[in-house]
Write a protein that binds this ligand. Structure first.
Ligand SMILES: *[C@@H]1O[C@H](CO)[C@@H](O)[C@H](O)[C@H]1NC(C)=O
Ligand SMILES: *[C@@H]1O[C@H](CO)[C@@H](O)[C@H](O)[C@H]1NC(C)=O
Ligand SMILES: *[C@@H]1O[C@H](CO)[C@@H](O)[C@H](O)[C@H]1NC(C)=O
Ligand SMILES: *[C@@H]1O[C@H](CO)[C@@H](O)[C@H](O)[C@H]1NC(C)=O
Ligand SMILES: *[C@@H]1O[C@H](CO)[C@@H](O)[C@H](O)[C@H]1NC(C)=O
Ligand SMILES: *[C@@H]1O[C@H](CO)[C@@H](O)[C@H](O)[C@H]1NC(C)=O
Ligand SMILES: *[C@@H]1O[C@H](CO)[C@@H](O)[C@H](O)[C@H]1NC(C)=O
Ligand SMILES: *[C@@H]1O[C@H](CO)[C@@H](O)[C@H](O)[C@H]1NC(C)=O
Length: 452
């Protein structure tokens, strides 16, 4: 083990960090990079930053507790609209030939946002299922430039999402989105685009409207979103407004059965972890407390969230690698937020009206840490995977370039109406407006699904 120091490249956030670096891991990285183009880029990136790590971080990493205490995953129920505190309520593929392991496939995740006068594929009028928190136009967002950009990969042409082709591809099949409210955000976008061809019937929702299921009758296609913010077993103690009533109990080595029990029902899976791991939580392994993140309890040792994230992802990937099912799994990487000059609970805002260009912004510390854990665990799983198809849905970078795509104050209906102008309204700089940049995740998803 050696100690390295590196600085985050985000201008306001020059936070020096000390990290313990496991040299064995660098070895693994150098062995793997020949096999995978994507990973080569990441490896180079890692080397450039002079930064690699394995299991343990020194406790000196300063991570803002920005997600702690909020309530990602909560249904935007009517009462939530008045909660003052920010709530994280939470075929024409490029190459028609199937690509095999090791063959070169266009990297659809590297590119830029280019102006496109076409505009969104749905509006608040044509899609009636946009959740209030993300219905920016309806909520009175004044600018609309953010709707006129298209994701354009550098090395290939990304064919536009075609709902007809997608639904035909999904005939007699089922797909589940598993994760937190960002996954629900994504599925909402998909529903809106698909509604041009077929309006889905909602056939299930849980009590809190966090997990839902839709059925497309004329295509015999079942679409689900399954709320599982940690993917592993978690006891979450929050009231209906998302206020914490005690630390989360997170079992790092046990799957969340809410999705694992119905895993066999699906042909396609889009799964993601995320920012819930930054919350205060007691960590368990073998049903025994191993430590706690952020508990400030002298009787339980502090464990950094990245340990928990890695352990939980490993539990998930272990499940995948042992599966012989012919199921397509897309593993989505972390979604960056764009709070500026503060965090979600300290007046941070996101009022930009256009995308960043490559080089204008860097993935910030916390997201970088999570993404690196994701990429490493994904790569480890890829080495031993059997029947199941596992691919990376690496939307971190392309999403990072869209600070303009969040609701900001327009997470609620006309936030400034009837209020003193200096009254602070809560901003959402994490979820995405619908329509908005997240719609393009579907173009990329379709491209990946149809290319095999
Ligand atoms: C908002 O959060 C603050 C602390 O972050 C808390 O004191 C306050 O009670 C919260 N207000 C509501 C309405 O939840
Ligand atoms: C697909 O593969 C076939 C034979 O393997 C080849 O002739 C054809 O050019 C390929 N098409 C594309 C688009 O790569
Ligand atoms: C819906 O969206 C349009 C723009 O597409 C906007 O002009 C309108 O105000 C929005 N609101 C409602 C309630 O439809
Ligand atoms: C869907 O299932 C029905 C009934 O089993 C079958 O007749 C049909 O061919 C299937 N369609 C596709 C595209 O698999
Ligand atoms: C619908 O799809 C399922 C497989 O997912 C198949 O068993 C069933 O026969 C299909 N039904 C019809 C009416 O095509
Ligand atoms: C949990 O149990 C396994 C096997 O029984 C053991 O290898 C592992 O070290 C245990 N983990 C902890 C944190 O006690
Ligand atoms: C830690 O344990 C001691 C002894 O059991 C107890 O007196 C103390 O209240 C505990 N501290 C906390 C914060 O739980
Ligand atoms: C964003 O808000 C800040 C602070 O209120 C302001 O200084 C800045 O000019 C705003 N930028 C845009 C593009 O509106």
């Amino acid at each position: 083990m050696i100690l390295l120091t590196f600085a985050s490249s985000l201008p306001q956030k020059f936070i020096m960090k000390k990290m313990k670096v496991d040299m064995n891991n660098s070895q693994i990285i150098s062995n793997q990079w020949r096999n995978n183009q994507v990973f080569v880029k990441i490896a180079i990136c890692l080397i450039l930053i002079g930064f690699a790590f394995r299991f343990y971080f020194s406790s000196s990493i300063q991570i803002s507790g920005f997600i702690d205490g909020d309530d990602d995953g909560k249904l935007p129920s009517p009462q939530q609209l008045v909660v003052a505190n920010f709530t994280l309520s939470d075929q024409s593929p490029v190459n028609n030939n199937r690509t095999h392991e090791g063959s070169t496939e266009c990297d659809v995740f590297t590119g830029e946002w280019i102006r496109d006068a076409t505009g969104p594929r749905y509006t608040n009028h044509t899609c009636n299922t946009i959740e209030p928190h993300q219905n920016c136009m309806k909520n009175g967002r004044p600018d609309s430039d953010y709707l006129y950009w298209r994701w354009s990969p550098t090395d290939c042409n990304l064919p536009p999402f075609d709902p007809k082709i997608f639904l035909n591809f999904m005939k007699n099949k089922s797909m589940a989105f598993i994760g937190d409210s960002i996954s629900r955000n994504h599925v909402q976008s998909l529903l809106c685009i698909l509604s041009q061809i077929e309006e889905a019937d909602e056939v299930y929702h849980d009590e809190e409207y966090r997990s839902k299921k839709w059925f497309f009758k004329s295509h015999n296609f079942t679409l689900s979103v399954i709320w599982s913010p940690f993917l592993t077993k978690a006891n979450i103690y929050e009231d209906n407004d998302g206020h914490s009533m005690g630390p989360i109990e997170l079992h790092l080595d046990e799957l969340d059965l809410i999705w694992a029990n119905q895993f066999d029902d699906y042909n396609h899976i889009m799964i993601a972890g995320g920012k819930w791991f930054m919350k205060t939580a007691i960590y368990y392994e073998n049903a025994t407390i191993i430590g706690c993140h952020n508990c400030k309890n002298e009787n339980i040792s502090e464990i950094e969230f990245e340990y928990a994230y890695r352990k939980s992802l490993r539990t998930v990937f272990d499940f995948f690698t042992k599966s012989n099912r012919k199921v397509n799994v897309l593993f989505r990487s972390i979604t960056p937020d764009h709070f500026e000059n503060g965090e979600w609970n300290t007046g941070g805002y996101c009022n930009r009206t256009g995308p960043f260009k490559d080089g204008e912004i860097d993935v910030r510390d916390v997201d970088m840490i999570m993404r690196d854990v994701e990429l490493e665990e994904f790569e480890n799983a890829k080495q031993v995977i059997k029947g199941l198809g596992l691919r990376l849905f690496d939307t971190t970078r392309l999403s990072l370039l869209r600070p303009d795509g969040h609701p900001g104050p327009y997470r609620v209906f006309h936030p400034f109406d009837g209020k003193e102008t200096d009254l602070k309204v809560q901003n959402d700089c994490l979820h995405w407006c619908l329509p908005g940049p997240i719609d393009w995740w579907n173009d990329i998803m379709m491209n990946l699904l149809l290319s095999g």
